[in-house]
Design a binder for this molecule. Structure first.
Ligand code: NAG
Length: 269
């Protein structure tokens, strides 16, 4: 964590390197041969929503998913912190939710917002679960960035009942992999995930290695304790929700660097 936060400034200067190099035709077949999985919205369920931060949403940056600067990384201000019941120890990072205000005089007429899960709303056991401790388990709660909350209700409401459902994440372009770590430890933040938006497991393959299983570190980050310098890197990922697995070949060129973000030419849908 320390190394991530101390080098966090780099995230603000991220260079997105789009690998123009396309995978070999065999690889492309392997990636696209399976019947494409398309994530469908879930049913509407009752929960509650509050907001945090101000109109600038600056306090929503650097949340528990590790997305860093949400503006430069494409998530914007339509984000939410999830109560731990829904956050699932970070496996919910990147999921997309439609949230609409219901049964409150403070609801906006067009009271619907689509947000990405980028943060955890931690429990506070010194507050009652029904009076301030809104994120205490087993409550399902959305602590929305203020600009997102203001799309569904007047901020003066403080807390409103909502109906929510999971929806597919509409992302432009391919999966993005932001590299941290050191020469023996590759820590990858997975961003811009389409479809169900979430990741269950991940593998990395250097041009001179077999597939190496990566372990979940925190938020949306996965790690491999391996020396991969000087090798082009491919990634294989399994969706947490749909269990679909896709493989992005040669996402990073052999001269990849820590602190940079590399974009694949494919995504979940
Ligand atoms: C938890 O709630 C108490 C009581 O309202 C408050 O004083 C405290 O700041 C809260 N803790 C956090 C971490 O928000």
């Amino acid at each position: 964590m320390a190394s991530f936060h101390s080098s966090g400034g780099l995230l603000y200067l991220i260079l997105i390197v789009i690998t123009i190099f396309a995978a070999s035709s065999d690889s492309v077949k392997a990636a696209y041969a399976a019947v494409p999985t398309v994530y469908r919205p879930s049913a509407w369920t009752l929960a509650h929503a509050t907001f945090y931060g101000d109109e600038s949403a600056s306090s929503t940056m650097g949340g528990a998913c590790g997305y860093g600067n949400l503006m430069t990384n494409g998530y914007g201000t339509n984000t939410a912190a999830l109560s731990s019941t829904v956050f699932s120890n970070g496996y919910a990072c990147g999921q997309c939710y439609q949230i609409k205000c219901v049964e409150s005089p403070w609801c906006s007429p067009s009271s619907i917002a689509t947000v990405t899960a980028t943060n955890l709303c931690p429990p506070n056991w010194s507050e009652d679960s029904n009076n301030g401790g809104w994120c205490n388990p087993p409550r399902t709660h959305f602590d929305m960035a203020k600009p997102a909350f203001m799309q569904i209700a007047q901020w003066k409401a403080g807390i409103v009942p909502v109906m929510y459902r999971r929806v597919p994440c509409a992302r432009i372009g391919g999966l993005r992999f932001s590299f941290q770590g050191n020469g023996y430890w590759l820590l990858v933040y997975v961003m811009n995930v389409g479809g169900a938006g979430d990741i269950q497991s991940m593998w990395v393959k250097g041009s001179k290695t077999t597939w190496i299983s990566m372990s979940h570190n925190w938020g949306a980050s996965y790690q491999a304790f391996a020396t991969l310098r000087g090798q082009a890197l491919s990634f294989r990922l399994t969706s947490y929700t749909t269990k679909q697995t896709i493989t992005a070949y040669n996402v990073a060129p052999a001269n990849w660097n820590l602190g940079l973000t590399y974009q694949a030419n494919l995504n979940f849908h």
